[in-house]
Design a protein around this ligand. Structure first.
Ligand code: ZN
Ligand code: ZN
Length: 391
């Protein structure tokens, strides 16, 4: 990272965006994680979580802002953090400008139909269908949380405020949770936050509106292509059966998902016809791509539909710019150098699944091109926003 300070934080992998954003804030600032009195009461867990004796960047402020980078749920977590900061949730001295840039990869900003395929009920979330994959994962999380004092950090579910470990709850409470999990079947958990119902609720409150001084960039991955049999539907490329069979199966279900079973009808479906014009700038000129937004409901990377990876809220000429080009393709230098804040720069990466770019390092030329590109983007931001002198 060229001598730059960087930090990697860990937050609750199955916790809600709210809880994850709070954990991220205090991991950086230091101190006791405070989820907020009202939130804690409404969601039946303790107000305070674990203590960070030493924050990763205690001097974090408007004068000393940070670049943020998130894969998958990391993306909406950072958006939630910026939103909580904007409403003075943590402190009235904080400011949205503390997030100098937000870069996301394969992030489910606007929900994903994958969560219904895994067990969330389409008509009554956060209820989970019994014996579904989601229900099994919930049981695993409770067992791991109960035995957490004896397990490695990789199985840390950050459940401190929920008193689930064997030091803070008895065995019969664990049995009760295995029968019915208040956490997994509550609104304060990541599966519910990935439903279209939860996304619509966030957007109704205008969560995800851009901050004028923050720089936004997203990488949207897609492993499917248009089905020749049913227009509009998408199917994963056949080679992915070998490399990522789990993602292939999920991708297939997502590519043919019937959005009409979701109740109430998601905004992304209601509005997709209205928002069917977005702008592509791959050749330096803006191209009308009418109709693609609706298809992007089914195009997916095996976990997240394409439209959801772009950015929160609908497309508009003042909210986003979309680019289509291969990673490492520097023939569009103008696009790469475009440093404009208060606007999402969206990059479509074709023939890539949910884990092709991150979080696992495969050492592929595409991954190397991605990190080179992100590094250059962050350096450009530092220069243009005055945090670093032009060399
Ligand atoms: Zn919570
Ligand atoms: Zn857009």
């Amino acid at each position: 990272m060229g001598g730059k300070l960087y930090a990697i934080t860990s937050v609750g992998p199955v916790s809600s965006l709210h809880d994850r954003a709070c954990e991220l804030y205090y991991a950086l600032r230091g101190g006791i994680v405070d989820y907020g009195a009202q939130h804690a009461e409404e969601n039946g867990h303790a107000r305070y979580g674990r203590t960070h004796e030493q924050g990763l960047y205690p001097e974090w402020s408007r004068e000393k802002p940070l670049h943020f980078l998130g894969h998958s749920m990391g993306g909406p977590t950072i958006i939630k953090l910026q939103w909580l900061i904007s409403i003075d949730f943590f402190s009235d001295t904080d400011h949205s400008d503390m997030l100098l840039s937000i870069t996301t990869i394969s992030a489910p900003f606007r929900g994903s139909q994958a969560v219904y395929a895994l067990g969330e009920r389409t008509d009554k979330p956060p209820s989970v269908r019994p014996f579904s994959v989601g229900a099994m994962i919930a049981k695993f999380v409770h067992v791991a949380s109960y035995f957490s004092p004896f397990l490695p950090a990789v199985l840390d579910f950050h459940a401190d405020a929920r008193s689930l470990s064997c030091y803070t709850s008895d065995f019969w409470t664990l049995v009760k949770h295995l029968w019915h999990s208040d956490w997994a079947e509550g609104r304060d958990a990541s599966p519910f936050d990935v439903t279209f119902q939860a996304s619509d609720h966030r957007e109704a409150h205008l969560e995800g509106l851009v901050n004028p001084k923050t720089f936004y960039r997203s990488y949207a991955t897609c492993m499917t292509e248009r089905s020749s049999v049913n227009w509009g539907f998408h199917i994963p490329r056949i080679k992915s059966v070998i490399y990522v069979p789990g993602l292939y199966a999920l991708s297939r279900a997502m590519g043919m998902f019937d959005f009409s079973v979701v109740n109430p009808t998601p905004d992304c479906v209601k509005k997709s016809k209205l928002d069917s014009e977005y702008f592509e700038n791959s050749s330096g000129s803006e191209v009308d791509t009418k109709g693609k937004t609706q298809e992007a409901l089914w195009a997916n990377d095996g976990v997240v539909p394409l439209f959801s990876q772009w950015h929160p809220l609908s497309c508009s000429t003042t909210h986003c710019r979309h680019y289509a080009r291969a990673l490492g393709d520097t023939s569009h230098k103008q696009d790469l150098a475009a440093v404009q804040s208060g606007l999402w720069h969206v990059y479509h990466i074709d023939d890539a699944n949910h884990i092709s770019l991150a979080p696992i390092w495969f050492g592929t030329s595409r991954q190397k091109a991605l990190w080179r590109e992100v590094g250059q983007w962050l350096r450009n931001i530092d220069v243009s926003s005055g945090f670093q002198q032009r060399p």
